[in-house]
Design a protein around this ligand. Structure first.
Ligand code: FRU
Length: 496
C-alpha cells in the first residue's frame, strides 16, 4: 500500500513547527541539567535508543501539543556522550493508515546500506471491532534526521501471532542485529485472557518477518500485559527486561506498573529463568530500553516517570524525563546498574570527608546543590545507630528523605515533602543489605530528580521531585553513632 506522502508530511511538519516555537519559550534553567526532558508537551517511553553514525540517538513517545498523553509522535534527541542532549525535529507523526491512532514505542537498528531503521507499533482502529484498536509493527527508514515510513507497513500483524494472542495488545518491538547480520525482534503481547507473553520474531532483511517462538510466558505471576521488552546476553546470562502492567503488590514488587528483570539461560529460543527482580524500586521508573555499545557495555535508559505516580507540575511546559543512562552487569544472579561513566567528565568541584561522625543532625560545608554526584559509605560508630537518614533537596519546608533502618535492613525513600501537589504514592520501603557492616550509597541529584544506587548498584531507586531549586541543602541524621565517608562532586555541563 503506498504511503500517503502529503498527509504524512503535513502532520510531521506541523509538529516540527510547533515544537520549535515552544522550545524557544523554555529556558535551559527550567529543564534538568543532564537528563533528557520532553522538548515541549508530553514524553513517555524511550524509543530507538541507538548509536548511529557516531551519535547516540534517543527518540521518545511524544505528544508535543500539551503536557499530557495524546496521539503519539516520536520526539528525537542526540548526544555525543549520553549526558548532554540536543533536540532534533520530531521523527514520526501518526499519519498513515497503519498508525493513524499513534506511533507507539519501538526501537532502532542500523541497516547494511547505512540507513537508520526504526521499528515501532502502529495503532489504528480495528476494522473488525469498531471502537477498539489494533496494534501492528511498522518500519521507517532515515538518515538520523528525516525518516520515511515503509510502503510495506505493517510488517507484523495478528496474522503472525500464535493462536489465542490478542491483536489489541501487541506492541513495543525491540529490534536487534544478530551476529550473522540477520534481524530479530521481541515484541510484548498477551493472551486474550490478558496473560503477558514475549514474542520472538526473525527476519533475513529486516522487512520480511516470521514468528519463531514465545520467548517467555507470564503464567499469571507478574501482572498482565508485558510492555517494552528487551532481551540480551550479559555476563554469560540471558536477561529479559520488561514492564508488566497491574502487578500484584508483594514484599518485593510495589504493584501496579512495574519493571521486571528475569535472569537465566536461553534454551530452544525460550528463556528459562532462575531469578526475578524489579529493575528499580523507585516511584518514577518505567519502560526500559538498552543498547549495546561497541566497547561492550550494555547501556540502559528508561522513562523517569510511572503511569501510577504522575504528578501535577504547576506551570511546567515540558512533562517527562529520561533517567541518566546506566551501565548494566550481572553478578551473582542479580542485575547491577551504575550511572554511565561519561558523567565524570562534568565534575566541577570535589569535596571529600572521611570518618565523619553523625550523631543527631549534621550538614557538611561544600555538600549541597541540585546537580550533584554523592557517594557515601555508612558504618556504625561506638553507639550503634538504628536509623540513618539523608535529606536531599532540602530547605525549611522541603526535603526528600532516604532512611536506612539498620535493625530491619530496610530503606524507605519518601518524596512527600519534595514540593508535590498531587496525592499519589510518594513513599516506598524495600529490603536491602549491608556488606561487612557497611552500607554504600550513591545519589545523583539533577534539579528535578534523584537517582539512588545502593551497594554499587545492586539496587536502585529513581524519583522525580518538584521543590524549588533554592532547596539545595543536604542533611545527614542518625539516632546513635554513624560514621561516614563521603565524596561529593558538583556537576556542570562545561566539560573539564
Ligand atoms: C508503555 C506504553 C507502551 C506503548 C506506549 C504508548 O509506557 O504503554 O506499551 O507503546 O506506552 O505511549
Amino acid at each position: 500500500m503506498p504511503v500517503h506522502k502529503d498527509m504524512t508530511e503535513q502532520a510531521l511538519k506541523e509538529a516540527r513547527k510547533y515544537e520549535e516555537e515552544k522550545d524557544r519559550e523554555i529556558s535551559a534553567e527550567e529543564r534538568p541539567l543532564f537528563h533528557l526532558s520532553s522538548r515541549c508537551g508530553w514524553m513517555n517511553d524511550p524509543n530507538g535508543f541507538s548509536l548511529y553514525e557516531g551519535m547516540y540517538h534517543l527518540f521518545y513517545q511524544y505528544y508535543p501539543y500539551a503536557p499530557e498523553w495524546g496521539p503519539m509522535h516520536w520526539g528525537h534527541a542526540v548526544s555525543h556522550d549520553l549526558v548532554t542532549w540536543q533536540y532534533l525535529p520530531a521523527a514520526l507523526a501518526p499519519d498513515t493508515p497503519a498508525d493513524s491512532g499513534g506511533c507507539f514505542s519501538g526501537s532502532a537498528a542500523v541497516m547494511d546500506d547505512g540507513r537508520h531503521m526504526l521499528m515501532y507499533t502502529g495503532v489504528a482502529e480495528d476494522p473488525e471491532e469498531p471502537g477498539t484498536s489494533v496494534q501492528t509493527q511498522c518500519l521507517a527508514f532515515g538518515d538520523g534526521l528525516d525518516y520515511e515510513k515503509f510502503s510495506g507497513n505493517p510488517v507484523l500483524t495478528s496474522d503472525n501471532l500464535p493462536e489465542g494472542l490478542s491483536r489489541h495488545d501487541f506492541r513495543d518491538p525491540k529490534v536487534n542485529r544478530e551476529n550473522d547480520d540477520t534481524y530479530s525482534c521481541v515484541v510484548g503481547g498477551c493472551t486474550e485472557e490478558m496473560d503477558g507473553r514475549i514474542l520472538y520474531f526473525r527476519s533475513e532483511d529486516g522487512l520480511d518477518w516470521h514468528f519463531v517462538s514465545v520467548l517467555a510466558a507470564n503464567n499469571q505471576r507478574f501482572g498482565t500485559m508485558w510492555e517494552c521488552p528487551d532481551v540480551f546476553m550479559l555476563d554469560g546470562k540471558a536477561v529479559l527486561l520488561c514492564s508488566p502492567v497491574d502487578m500484584r503488590r508483594t514484599e518485593k514488587y510495589s504493584g501496579g506498573h512495574g519493571t521486571l528483570c528475569l535472569i537465566g539461560d536461553f534454551q530452544d529460543s525460550r528463556l528459562v529463568h532462575e531469578q526475578d527482580q524489579p529493575v528499580d524500586y523507585g516511584t518514577d521508573f518505567y519502560a526500559t530500553q538498552t543498547l549495546l555499545h561497541p566497547d561492550g557495555r550494555r547501556i540502559m535508559t528508561a522513562w523517569m516517570q510511572n503511569w501510577d505516580t504522575l504528578q501535577n507540575h504547576e506551570g511546567l511546559r515540558w512533562y517527562g524525563q529520561m533517567i541518566l543512562p546506566r551501565e548494566l552487569s550481572v553478578r551473582n544472579g542479580r542485575l547491577y546498574q551504575q550511572p554511565v561513566r561519561e558523567l565524570m567528565q562534568y565534575i566541577k568541584h570535589r569535596t571529600e570527608y572521611r570518618d565523619v561522625s553523625v550523631h543527631g543532625m549534621t550538614e557538611l560545608p561544600g555538600i549541597r546543590g541540585r546537580a550533584l554526584d554523592l557517594s557515601l559509605t555508612i558504618r556504625p560508630g561506638e553507639n550503634d545507630y538504628r536509623r540513618f537518614e539523608i535529606q536531599a533537596a532540602a530547605d525549611e519546608e522541603h526535603h526528600t528523605s532516604i532512611v536506612y533502618d539498620r535493625s530491619r535492613q530496610e530503606i524507605t525513600v519518601d518524596r512527600s515533602r519534595s514540593g508535590t501537589h498531587t496525592a499519589v504514592e510518594h513513599s516506598r520501603t524495600f529490603r536491602t543489605k549491608e556488606y561487612d557492616g557497611v552500607l554504600k550509597l550513591r545519589l545523583i541529584v539533577d534539579r528535578y530528580s534523584l537517582e539512588l544506587f545502593i551497594n554499587d548498584g545492586e539496587q536502585t531507586f529513581t524519583m522525580v521531585i518538584d521543590a524549588d531549586l533554592s532547596a539545595d541543602r543536604i542533611r545527614f541524621l542518625a539516632d546513635g553513632d554513624a560514621v561516614m565517608d563521603i565524596e561529593a562532586y558538583t556537576l556542570d555541563l562545561q566539560e573539564q
